[in-house]
Every structure is written in structure tokens, then in C-alpha cells.
Design a protein around this ligand. Structure first.
Ligand code: FES
Length: 105
């Protein structure tokens, strides 16, 4: 199957510490610049359906604003309860100052 990359932002839109929410075919993704590294994960917390965009970046993790669970931006692992299920983490590539992600099929 061919790899499908979708452009989600320019690098200028996402300086260190910034996040952006994008909708691709009805699925929301969170794009985050954590310490200069760009990550793409599901926008919805796996505990309750709250947008992680409302949370904050802590190191290489995203912290949910509602109950404080943290998720790895690298691989989506839930690092703290009450969330126990991971969120999706997606491949990112940067080409000519544009950020692309490989979303769910
Ligand atoms: S909704 Fe995110 S930790 Fe509860």
C-alpha cells in the first residue's frame, strides 16, 4: 500500500511549545512541537473524550487538562492514571519547512 502523507502545518506555525489541532477525515490529530521535535498524536484523551489540545506539553509528553494523565508524544503510551489506554501516535516528516503526518487509513 502506498504511504499517504498529509500536510498539516508549516514549521513557522509551530514554534517550540506550540500545538495545532487538525481534522483529517473526521479524526482529530494533535500536532505538537516539544523541545524542537514535532509529534502527531490523537487529539482525544483515552480516558474521556477531552481534547488534549487544551492540555500542556511537558517535556516529551502531553498532559490532559481534565484529570492530569500524561501521554508520551513519541508513542502515545499513557504514563499516568486515570488514563490507562494509549492514544494513537503517527509518523511525521518535514519537507521544505512543511510538516506532514501519516494519518490513520
Ligand atoms: S479526560 Fe484526560 S485524564 Fe481524564
Amino acid at each position: 500500500m502506498a504511504e499517504k502523507w498529509i500536510k498539516v502545518a508549516s514549521c513557522a506555525e509551530l514554534p517550540v511549545g506550540k500545538m495545532k489541532r487538525v481534522d483529517i477525515k473526521g479524526h482529530r490529530y494533535l500536532i505538537a512541537n516539544a523541545e524542537g521535535e514535532i509529534y502527531a498524536v490523537d487529539d482525544l484523551c483515552s480516558h474521556e473524550e477531552v481534547s488534549l489540545y487544551l492540555g500542556c506539553i511537558e517535556g516529551e509528553n502531553i498532559k490532559c487538562s481534565l484529570h492530569g494523565s500524561r501521554f508520551s508524544l513519541k508513542n502515545g503510551t499513557a504514563l499516568e492514571e486515570p488514563a490507562t489506554e494509549p492514544i494513537g501516535a503517527y509518523s511525521v516528516k518535514i519537507t521544505q519547512d512543511l510538516i506532514f503526518i501519516r494519518p490513520k487509513n
